[in-house]
Design a binder for this molecule. Structure first.
Ligand SMILES: [Zn+2]
Length: 244
């Protein structure tokens, strides 16, 4: 666990990030990694003098398995509410992934891709992860959960993908609208996710316009290290790098 700014902690591994936001002693989990990350979550909370019951809400940027993994368990253990955009609610409830832009197979010659697959399988990511009950949100909503994030819809990676701005903390959770390290090719720098993981890469690129005007000290990704040079520069870099 590393502290990004006061009250914002990065959890997870070098391959998959998720985050804990503290506000007045209560917590919001932003994304929920993989099922195998439960021990890590408990240890991190303990280091902060807290238990899982300090989590009031799990807010999902989208409903892919490596972002939903712990959601149902935290929901039941902590009595937390799980929040997701309405267009990803079905995926969160069923664990079924709609069709994607490109085949995954060509990536499998890449060491980074093999490492990711092995990691996902080893951490319970090969089975669908379902959330029994979700609360849905829409673009522009300010969620009544610790940290009061504002929702900015950025469809493309999934139909219901959103980024989450925690204005008081000054951080923008990017989810998989961008990554700063490509989980399939290992390429560094802010970029859209590889096409094999996107519902529509074209739409994901179009959605980047929604990020350019957002003021945040830190951009925090589902995959890769934080970015501190502002959203506009991250988007510019992603456009230069292009799809993969
Ligand atoms: Zn994803």
């Amino acid at each position: 666990m590393t502290q990004i700014v006061e009250g914002v902690h990065r959890l997870g591994t070098e391959l998959v990030n998720f985050y804990l936001v503290e506000d007045d002693g209560r917590c919001t989990l932003v994304d929920a990694a993989l099922p195998g990350y439960h021990g890590g979550l408990v240890d991190s909370l303990q280091a902060l003098g807290k238990g899982v019951d300090a989590i009031d809400a799990v807010v999902l940027t989208h409903a892919h398995v490596d972002h939903v993994g712990l959601a149902e368990r935290v929901r039941t253990e902590a009595g937390a509410t799980v929040h997701v955009h309405a267009d990803d609610a079905e995926m969160a409830r069923t664990g079924k992934i709609p069709k994607r832009d490109a085949s995954f197979l060509p990536y499998l010659v890449r060491p980074a891709a093999l490492k990711l697959v092995a990691h996902m399988v080893g951490n319970g990511g090969a089975r669908p992860t379902k959330v029994t009950e979700v609360s849905t949100f829409a673009d522009g909503d300010v969620l009544d959960v610790p940290g009061r994030p504002r929702v900015i819809a950025t469809p493309g990676h999934t139909d219901g993908h959103c980024v989450l701005l925690f204005e008081q903390h000054g951080v923008l959770f990017i989810g998989d609208a961008l990554c700063s390290r490509n989980p399939l090719t290992g390429r560094e720098g802010p970029q859209v996710m590889p096409s094999a993981f996107n519902a529509s890469t074209r739409r994901a690129l179009d959605s980047l316009d929604r990020l350019t005007g957002v003021a945040a000290s830190h951009l925090l990704f589902g995959h890769g290290d934080p970015w501190t040079d502002g959203a506009a520069a991250a988007v510019e870099r992603a456009r230069e790098l292009g799809p993969s």
